[in-house]
Design a binder for this molecule. Structure first.
Ligand SMILES: [Fe+2]
Ligand SMILES: [Zn+2]
Length: 358
């Protein structure tokens, strides 16, 4: 038998309903104890162990299907199992509404109370933003968030980054200059997907924090400028962040889509972008699109500005939400630490919390 052309089997239920089931799928998902590891619920049977796959006999009752496979194995499938959509419903992001403001949650409640953590993480997955208040102002407090956000995603440079005005700093964040909207570590092919910014002390005036709903802006851009949008999905741009002992470099498009055409990464960092090759015809094409997008970003209403006080932690879904900072006016003491996490771990924490809450 040709395994590429097995096709489907038709099942006629006694009540008249019909199902068309792919034969290889049916063999692959056999729920019996020989085909599954009961302890872990993982699949144990492997299709590749069969030279051929074919059905000898098929039996149907009101609520189950039996299959006797050529070669000896037999399978029993509950009807509900066959009818079910097995895909997990993933929480969906929502663009910020006109009156959106970031949600504040109490740090201790977020850490200690599963119900509160569930609400906060749901809010984070919708809006891409969370602010925790009343957090300790000790250094490395961000380590404690691993309980809720999963392990810290380390990158080169420090595990917990210190942001102070520092004449030896390796990044524009260490000056008192304003920071235009960006996300960190565009110089990694997979940049950190969650960033937590912990203000330990803020006695400086100015330096308000800014956040931007990057994906909402890109969706508007896709509608208004579809060709320019496509260019930004296609042309690779070099990004680099480095100091004397560290080097990070990646060449990637500004927008990455998944196979459904949905935006998964918005990579935007004026400060880390490197010089592109002017002899490459794509460079001019890219710059036209990039200029259009950047003008939109700078005049967008998808920005929120607020002062991050000592003891507050701003958490952003950093493949979506860009952050920035206004100019720091005076030299009052200001100390920020940031660390990175991964969105997958935060998203899946919902399942764990829902389980413990039930
Ligand atoms: Fe940053
Ligand atoms: Zn089986």
């Amino acid at each position: 038998m040709n395994a590429e052309a097995l096709g489907n089997v038709q099942v006629n239920w006694p009540d008249g309903e019909r199902m068309s089931l792919p034969i290889l799928w049916l063999r692959d998902v056999c729920p019996c104890e020989a085909c599954r590891i009961a302890q872990t619920q993982e699949k144990r049977f492997h299709l590749a162990t069969l030279e051929t796959v074919s059905i000898e006999t098929l039996g149907v009752s009101d609520e189950a299907l039996w299959v006797a496979w050529t070669g000896g194995h037999s399978s029993q499938y509950p009807r509900s199992f066959l009818a079910k959509d097995h895909a997990r419903v993933m929480p969906q992001w929502q663009p910020w509404s006109d009156d959106y403001t970031p949600a504040y949650f109490d740090f201790q409640a977020f850490q200690a109370n599963d119900r509160m953590a569930l609400l906060a993480i749901e809010e984070f997955l919708r809006s891409g933003v969370l602010i925790l208040s009343n957090a300790p102002t000790e250094e490395a407090t961000l380590e404690l968030l691993a309980k809720r956000l999963g392990p810290i995603r380390e990158v080169l440079f420090e595990r917990i980054h210190n942001v102070k005005v520092d004449p030896r700093g390796y990044n524009v964040a260490h000056t008192n200059l304003g920071l235009p909207p960006h996300n960190d570590f565009a110089s990694y092919s997979w940049p950190p997907s969650v960033q937590a910014l912990h203000m330990l002390a803020n006695e400086a005036s100015g330096g308000r924090s800014t956040i931007f709903d990057g994906w909402a802006l890109l969706e508007e851009f896709r509608s208004a400028e579809p060709e320019a949008f496509d260019v930004l999905c296609r042309v690779e741009v070099p990004f680099r962040e480095f100091d004397e002992s560290n080097e990070t470099y990646a060449c990637e498009p500004i927008i990455r889509l998944n196979t459904k055409g949905e935006i998964v990464i918005f990579r935007y960092s004026n400060q880390l972008m490197q010089v592109m090759n002017p002899a490459d015809p794509d460079t001019a094409v890219f710059y036209d699109a990039y200029y259009k997008l950047s003008r939109r970003l700078f005049s967008s209403d998808k920005v929120r500005r607020f002062r991050l006080e000592g003891g507050q932690i701003l958490i952003v879904a950093s493949h979506r939400v860009l952050h920035g900072r206004e100019v720091i006016d005076d030299a009052g003491y200001r100390h920020l630490q940031d660390a990175y996490f991964e969105h997958d771990n935060v998203r899946n924490m919902l399942t764990v919390l829902a389980r413990s809450h039930d």
